[in-house]
Design a protein. Structure first.
Length: 204
């Protein structure tokens, strides 16, 4: 049952509790457009979002997000424990056919999910431009582990180095940047690969 924030009588409506953006890309657009789980009260005709938990999966982006109701922020510790339990169960059931090489993240509310999805869309777009620029130079393109890329604010695709070392990846990234490509993500990646004690990135 849904409850209108204006105090009207509750009513029934179908809600999304699991979103697979790979199989249903239109739902990704719904998240970005603020239309996912958006309802109209049949009494006062006001629009509002159903503040309920859901799971968002985008296999191509390597993104798995547990979306918790905003009203449950105070129970963060308990929710994280539940998320880990649910994730373990899902890996053995719903996600059994999916090669999950990335762990879950969490947000509170659909607005925070929208921010995450938008950020990942921008990362994907910039990463594809990097891959195209590297391929045009005749360089081999490799895909970084999505979780590693997010944690290090790096692109999903980079040019492989002549050597499988941080320095090799840094040199390859600099070569792509010198071709004229403007990419803050790739510039940041090159910088961290050149840092003291840098290690080669995780590659799929």
């Amino acid at each position: 049952m849904l409850q209108c924030p204006n105090g009207c009588d509750s009513f029934e409506a179908d809600r999304w509790s699991f979103v697979n953006a790979t199989l249903n890309p239109e739902l990704k657009d719904a998240v970005l457009g603020g239309e996912l789980n958006l309802f109209c009260c049949p009494q006062c005709n006001s629009f509002f979002h159903g503040d309920t938990d859901l799971i968002y999966l985008d296999e191509q982006a390597g993104l798995l997000v547990f979306v918790f109701s905003g009203k449950n922020r105070s129970g963060r510790k308990e929710l994280l424990a539940k998320m880990e339990r649910d994730y373990a169960l899902l890996k053995d059931s719903l996600f059994k056919q999916i090669q999950l090489d990335f762990g879950p993240m969490y947000v509170f509310g659909l607005e925070e999910l929208k921010e995450v999805v938008l950020c990942e869309q921008q990362r994907t777009d910039e990463s594809e431009a990097i891959a195209a620029a590297a391929a045009a130079l005749g360089m081999k393109v490799v895909r970084l582990a999505p979780q590693w890329a997010r944690e290090h604010e790096s692109p999903l695709y980079v040019a492989a180095g002549a050597e499988d070392t941080a320095g090799g990846y840094a040199a390859a990234a600099r070569k792509v940047l010198k071709s004229g490509l403007k990419s803050p993500l790739l510039a940041h990646f090159a910088k961290i690969m050149e840092g003291d004690g840098a290690q080669a990135p995780e590659v799929l």
